[in-house]
Ligand binder design. Structure first.
Ligand code: ZN
Length: 511
């Protein structure tokens, strides 16, 4: 194809209709199970029939073949493996990701990936493209030290002719991937590279090009102590170290046409840049990986980035990143202290390692107050909050609605959105005892940070604490708490950037 006809979507990503285009040095094909009888271009179909007789392993692991019918005479076959009714769209995402990884290992610099709508997953093509782009992610600190994987170009092929529908899918995928990179960079950065002040720097430069998002930073120690007293308590040992001081970052996205706004999404993210456990210090190696305790805040930033790029006209979005560090030192907050939240409730500290609920509590209170004056609000907290959520749901996110959100079946709808974009959710129920267990035990205490005698329901009771401490208990405002402790991704895996895709899907941020 002549360069003049090229349609450049973003930097070096293109839509390609010709599988033999000289612009590419190899083709990646997702290989579906034989029994599905997927239609392939004639020559390629018979070629695969031939090698299928040669090596049955092509349906198990990605393989590279010399094939005259495709660009670069190189064909990567990346099998999905068996697809059962229990599988979901992740099966095609994983195949796409593995195929792209194999292409890189083979030395391709200009891979062309075939993205066909084959299995009946509504967003299968979008998710496959996201899978291939995910394979290209290079951690920020590695990018800063050396050139990244240095692709010259990447092509996506769906059909022989270009369609508007496919163009839209590719545009959405690129926007989502750019947003997920923001999330992964913040979430995956080490505790010094992504300290609160460095996260602010990163956000300012990342949103520099987006005039539809404003950034407000609260960094004054007195102001934090006054308006975010529980976060300030968590950060007390870190405050003496200038570069570890806490920050509240408020990101706000506004539609270019305020008359079209029908919904206000309000997000509060836990951004504990390092969690030592505090005075209740994490022992026996349990501290490793705790720089990922900022994945919630990172996801909030990613969602705002998606809005900044895709510009949904019907949304107003407010995102609050609660950035602090749970350090251990002479000035650490300790158990038995009686703190007073911004909502005026006394909170008895019982375990300094349950800092996430304190870090978000006052921000959630402020957002709840603000929700009273905006159009159709829905509040979220997103946090790597409890090991219990991971123990209950493995690598899936626990979604917990308050009474108002449950009345609209919000958690289930989020679960459906997640299923279509390859992010799994389990809906968990917040019950009356999950609120009651947080009531203070000592005379005069309104709340207990964490009931140390609780034997179960730890992720639900954390939601109960947030509902109580913020004042949401008495209000009819839709609120959903997302515990991503099991789903956010722990080293050595890269951060997953959940639940950015699902929120974009549910709130119709996509084009
Ligand atoms: Zn902790």
């Amino acid at each position: 194809m002549a360069p003049a006809q090229e349609y450049k979507l973003y930097e070096n990503i293109f839509i390609e209709t010709n599988l033999q285009s000289a612009d590419y040095d190899g083709v990646v094909l997702i290989l579906y199970p034989e029994e599905m009888n997927v239609a392939l271009p004639r020559d390629i179909g018979s070629y695969i029939d031939k090698i299928n007789k040669l090596d049955k392993n092509i349906h198990k692991v990605p393989t590279v073949w010399n094939c005259d019918y495709v660009a670069g005479q190189r064909l990567v076959l990346s099998p999905t493996g068996k697809i059962t009714p229990y599988h979901d769209v992740k099966v095609v995402k994983e195949a796409a990701k593995k195929g792209m990884t194999r292409a890189m290992e083979a030395g391709m610099k200009r891979p062309l990936i075939v993205i066909k709508h084959v299995v009946d997953y509504s967003d299968g093509q979008l998710v496959s493209i996201l899978g291939t782009l995910e394979a290209l992610y290079v951690p920020l600190q590695m990018r800063e030290r050396q050139d990244s994987k240095n692709f010259i170009r990447i092509g996506f092929h769906a059909e022989e002719k270009r369609t508007e529908a496919f163009e839209r899918i590719v545009r959405n995928a690129i926007a989502l991937e750019r947003s997920r990179i923001v999330t992964r960079d913040i979430a995956g950065g080490d505790p010094e590279r992504m300290s609160p002040i460095k996260i602010v720097e990163y956000l300012k430069s990342s949103f520099d090009e987006n005039t539809n998002v404003t950034i407000k930073v609260i960094d004054d120690e007195e102001e934090l102590a006054e308006n975010y007293p529980l976060l300030a308590a968590v950060n007390r040992a870190a405050t003496r170290v200038e570069r570890h001081r806490a920050r509240i970052v408020e990101l706000e996205y506004n539609s270019s046409d305020p008359n079209r706004v029908t919904e206000t999404v309000m997000l509060v993210g836990k951004g504990v840049t390092y969690d030592t456990g505090g005075a209740d210090i994490k022992i026996q190696g349990k501290m490793a990986g705790m720089s990922r305790d900022k994945c919630g805040a990172a996801a909030v930033a990613g969602f705002l980035k998606a809005c900044a790029i895709l510009k949904p006209p019907h949304l107003k979005v407010v995102g609050v990143l609660c950035l602090c560090r749970n350090s251990c030192g002479a000035d650490s907050y300790v158990s038995d202290e009686l703190l007073v939240s911004k909502s005026g409730k006394t909170v008895r500290v019982t375990n300094t390692d349950a800092e996430g609920r304190l870090a978000m509590a006052d921000a959630l209170y402020h957002v709840t107050e603000k929700a009273g004056s905006v159009l159709n609000p829905h509040i979220y907290t997103i946090a790597t909050l409890t090991g219990h959520a991971a123990a209950c749901y493995g690598s899936y996110t626990a979604a917990m609605d308050n009474h108002s959100a449950r009345a609209t079946n919000h958690g289930s709808r989020l679960q459906l959105s997640g299923a279509s974009v390859g992010e799994g959710f389990d809906v968990s129920t917040v019950r009356s005892e999950d609120l009651a267990v947080n009531v203070g035990k000592c005379m005069g205490d309104d709340l207990v940070q964490y009931d140390t005698s609780a034997k179960c329901r730890n992720h639900q009771l954390a939601a109960g604490f947030l509902i109580k401490v913020s004042g949401l208990e008495e209000k009819n405002i839709k609120y959903t708490h997302l515990d991503i402790a099991g789903s956010a991704g722990m080293p050595p895996d890269e951060p997953t950037a959940v639940p950015v895709l699902s929120l974009c899907h549910l709130h119709k941020v996509l084009l």
